[in-house]
Design a protein around this ligand. Structure first.
Ligand SMILES: *Cc1c(COP(=O)(O)O)cnc(C)c1O
Length: 389
């Protein structure tokens, strides 16, 4: 058998940093240890019943059994626009400023194909969701990193980019509330970013998947489209995945600048045929009636957060109390690397957490906890770790 060499774009991918963790996890499981995974950002609670019910009804309609339109049902895009208006006060034209996505990851991965030529510069802020640099690399784009560090509240230093780099930059990816650092961005940061982008013709890609996972109504995260002038340069990716516990359903949206939405649509027109319409109908139900459920999920995560932050503090592990997202971004005890700490915790306690450097070099020295288990399991996991520190 010929072993077909994979394309250069795959060979150029960074090594998979979780491979060693996966290996140790299999070994620990084989020993019969009860593994508690705080590793994956996937809500543990089920999708609300009324959304599942809407899918069941919609699945019975023959009209939904045919190819959907790749941009999405106008009724879904209208529900997105109405939700943006109600939640952020942002008015969107459903026909030209909204496109449906097969999960926001799909849209984020495809977006650079519409705008990045080989050699173009793209700004990425590590530690980051790995899709941004990977999608850039697939287009032959060059990544410049703007590290997120604690002293800057995990916001990128926009002044560290030279004028020549801004002139070359095709786009910048930002993600607040942030995965993995759990940081949120103040209005002043977005204002500065939008001003810079408008002055230098740089596309701003905002990944806003976690705006509904906040803990205090006073800290409700912003949409970048709330910023004056943002519509000239920004596209925002959002998703039903985290808000309504719908990660398995694959439904999200991109909104904002009509030209950018159209460019993404042009790629999608050529590579996919949209989301199953029954899922879109369920998505409409979620956007129109899901808020009381999202509020209940926030209450659950708040309890987990308070319990976990208190336990970590007692253990002497440093971690900021997040205002949003379901992550805790914790400092590894002094003198250990992220990988060594995480591997030892897994081997000795059966608890899986994610090494910070898996999200890029500036994540070294941190580990990420995803609060995706019931509070009793979370307490159990943390007390096991405390016993081994
Ligand atoms: C979970 C997540 C998403 C959402 O992904 P979907 O494809 O919509 O499920 C987007 N961005 C980040 C940073 C995430 O962590």
């Amino acid at each position: 058998m010929t072993a077909f060499p994979m394309a250069d774009r795959l060979a150029a991918l960074p090594p998979y940093l979780f491979a060693e963790i996966d290996r140790v996890k299999a070994e620990v499981r084989a020993r019969g240890v009860d593994i508690i995974s705080l590793g994956i950002g996937d809500p543990d609670m089920p999708t609300p019943d009324f959304i599942v019910e809407a899918l069941c009804q919609a699945a019975k309609k023959p009209a939904n059994h045919q190819y959907p339109d790749y941009v999405g049902l106008l009724a879904f895009r209208t529900a997105v626009a109405d939700w943006y208006k109600a939640r952020f006060g942002v008015a969107l034209d459903p026909a030209s400023e909204v496109v449906s996505l097969i999960g926001s990851k799909e849209g984020i991965a495809h977006f650079p194909l519409a705008y990045v030529n080989p050699g173009d510069l793209v700004l990425v802020c590590p530690p980051n969701y790995p899709v941004y640099p990977v999608a850039t690399g697939f287009c032959g784009g060059e990544v410049k990193t703007l590290p997120l560090i604690e002293q800057n509240d995990f916001l990128p230093d926009l002044d560290a980019v030279t004028d020549a780099e801004w002139a070359r930059a095709k786009m910048i990816f930002v993600n607040y509330p942030n995965n993995p650092t759990a940081a949120t961005a103040p209005r002043s940061f977005y204002e500065k970013l939008i001003a810079k982008a408008r002055a230098t013709d740089t596309i701003v890609v905002s990944d806003a998947a976690y705006t509904e996972m906040y803990y205090d109504p006073a800290d409700k995260p912003l949409s970048i489209l709330e910023i004056e002038g943002a519509r000239e340069v920004a596209i925002e990716f959002h998703s039903l995945s985290k808000t309504y516990n719908m990660t398995g359903w694959r439904i999200g949206m991109a909104v904002g600048n009509a030209g950018l939405v159209k460019g993404l649509g042009k790629i999608k027109e050529n590579v996919d045929s949209g989301i199953f319409q029954a899922v879109q109908e369920a998505g409409i139900a979620a956007l129109r009636h899901g808020e009381p459920h999202a509020a209940k999920f926030r209450d659950v995560y708040r309890e987990r957060r308070d319990v976990a932050v208190a336990a970590l503090t007692r253990m002497g592990i440093t971690c900021r109390t997040p205002k949003a997202s379901f992550y805790l971004w914790c400092k590894v005890p002094a003198g250990q690397t992220s990988a060594a700490f995480v591997t030892r915790v897994l081997q000795e306690t059966g608890v899986v957490v994610t090494p910070g450097n898996g999200f890029g070099a500036p994540g070294e020295g941190y580990f990420r906890i995803a609060m995706t288990v019931p509070v009793a399991r979370l307490e159990e996991a943390l007390s096991r770790i405390a016993g081994k520190l």
